[in-house]
Design a protein around this ligand. Structure first.
Ligand code: C5P
Length: 317
């Protein structure tokens, strides 16, 4: 049985993220890298619907649906079950059915799996009537499941530290326009990209210091000057992602040739984010990339976008 509230179907919208700056430090003993990043949520959304059911299940539709596992390894399902287990100490909760409409590229460096898990936590909190569960607690639970989940709950533009799970807001006003390119058939495993970064550093005799946020990027975001932001974008994982998927270099130079203010691999890749100055520039670039760039899925987006939030709820009979 639920914890006393009426059974509900709850729909949550959650954004994908890109990293405007990503500084990667040394490998820690727990297998993660210490990092300093500026997360930026963009208006490319997954929609996650949660409702009580007889059994636990997850169903995925949408342009990237077929690439998502629907077995017990699905991170949204893991998130729902983990929250239920924590609750089980106080009151029993119903299993849920989770429906994901998948628009964020899968294994693309935009934290799509973490986004669905974040949305599921918000949806389950509502369905199970756990109103007392503050965002901070949900973020802590999310952090135990994936480093990017606290940010997907938070949204906007924010600094991430530790392994990325410690999130604090960043002062940024106005909007940035983006064109996102996800190469056809491309996917990169996050651990593999971090390992390649370590390998390239060892090969070059580079010993990473403590990762630090970029002052130039913070200043550019405060002013929200597109060209200043363009000049300050930085990703320590970009070289590793290109080393594993050389077509990314081709995509980056195609975008720059077609007028992007800057291009950057998103997180561990392989999605590439191009910064442009306006919606018109975004349309021009996406048309140009579709005609002349390497084959891929092209989306326009604006940032910052809000974190996981309920967009619809309905009481069940
Ligand atoms: O936290 P998450 O499950 O998304 O991390 C996936 C993998 O990415 C980790 O197991 C680790 O190999 C790598 N990673 C890392 N340093 C981080 C975040 C992730 O090495 N700060």
């Amino acid at each position: 049985m639920t914890t006393g509230t009426q059974a509900q179907t709850v729909t949550v919208r959650v954004p994908g993220k890109i990293n405007l700056g990503l500084s990667v430090g040394p490998l820690r003993e727990d297998g993660y890298h210490e990092l300093s990043t500026i997360y930026h949520a963009v208006s490319l959304y997954d929609t996650v619907t949660v409702q009580p059911a007889d059994d636990w299940s997850v169903h995925v539709t949408g342009p990237w649906g077929e690439h998502v596992p629907t077995d017990d390894s699905n991170l949204a399902l893991v998130a729902a079950r983990t929250l239920a287990k924590r609750r089980a100490r106080r009151a029993k909760v119903d299993p849920v059915r989770i429906d994901i409409d998948k628009h964020i590229p899968v294994a693309g460096g935009m934290a799509g799996g973490s986004a669905d898990a974040a949305a599921t936590l918000v949806g389950c909190r509502e369905v199970w009537g756990l109103d007392h569960l503050e965002n901070d607690l949900l973020e802590m639970l999310g952090a135990s499941l994936g480093s990017d989940i606290p940010f997907l709950l938070h949204g906007g533009t924010a600094m991430g530290s530790g392994r990325g799970e410690q999130v604090t807001s960043v002062l940024a006003r106005g909007e940035l326009h983006w064109v996102l390119w996800a190469g056809e058939g491309l996917s990169l495993s996050t651990p593999q990209v971090y390992a390649e970064c370590d390998r390239l550093r060892a090969e070059g005799g580079v010993t990473p210091g403590a990762p630090e946020p970029s002052g130039a990027l913070m200043t550019a975001l405060r002013r929200m000057d597109t060209d200043e932001v363009a000049a300050a974008l930085h990703n320590d994982l970009q070289e590793a992602a290109i080393s594993l998927e050389p077509v990314l270099a081709e995509a980056l130079s195609a975008g720059l040739d077609l007028g992007a203010r800057a291009g950057i691999v998103s997180g561990s890749g392989p999605t590439v984010a191009f910064l442009v100055g306006s919606q018109t520039e975004a349309i021009d670039l996406s048309v140009g990339l579709a005609a002349n760039g390497p084959t891929g899925d092209i989306e326009r987006a604006v940032g910052p976008a809000p974190g996981a939030q309920i967009v619809h709820q309905r009481s069940n009979p």
